[in-house]
Design a binder for this molecule. Structure first.
Ligand code: IDP
Ligand code: MG
Length: 149
């Protein structure tokens, strides 16, 4: 079963939107297999966002992500990587579709509430970067046969 890495960023935690955000993934039908609250180190933040190192917003992004706690999660389900990106919405909350997390809850690209892996390979890399294998729990929810044909 496919897995993806999801992080509620410091603004989501500070705005007390953790429950609201987790609820959207749970009610969609995805299964939580790992979760921890973290104060992110500069080293981890720079590794996670390494692809953006040359971008003008890189330093402020690292400052922001390390400024207050985040909620790191791994979610599991069929096509969860793509589906989670749709649940999250476009990078800029101003243009993110209504109904998405960023579209409903955010107003600024530098405070867009949540991260989600952008592809299956990225998801594998990010899950491995943020979680030890023993922190992830494989379990079969009883609702499984009511979600999947
Ligand atoms: P994503 O989070 O939708 O995958 P990316 O393009 O991978 O978007 O950018 C990573 C993060 O960097 C964004 O979520 C956002 O927090 C921040 N970011 C991206 N573009 C800008 C920008 O133009 N100004 C400020 N922050 C940005
Ligand atoms: Mg990205």
């Amino acid at each position: 079963m496919e897995r993806t890495f999801i992080m509620i960023k410091p603004d989501g935690v500070q705005r007390h939107l953790t429950g609201e955000i987790i609820h959207r993934f749970e009610s969609k039908g995805f299964t939580l297999v790992g979760l921890k609250m973290m104060q992110v180190s500069r080293e981890l933040a720079e590794k996670h966002y390494g692809v953006h190192k040359q971008r003008p917003f890189f330093n402020s992004l690292i400052e922001f992500i390390t400024s207050a706690p985040v909620i790191a999660m791994v979610w599991e389900g069929e096509s969860v990587v793509t589906a989670a990106r749709n649940i999250i919405g476009a990078t800029n909350p101003v243009t993110a579709a209504p109904g998405s997390i960023r579209g409903d809850l955010g107003v600024s690209i530098g405070r867009n509430l949540i991260h989600g892996s952008d592809a299956i390979e990225t998801a594998q890399t990010e899950v491995a970067l943020w979680f030890q294998e023993e922190e992830l729990i494989s379990w079969k929810p009883v609702r499984h046969s009511w979600l999947y044909e």
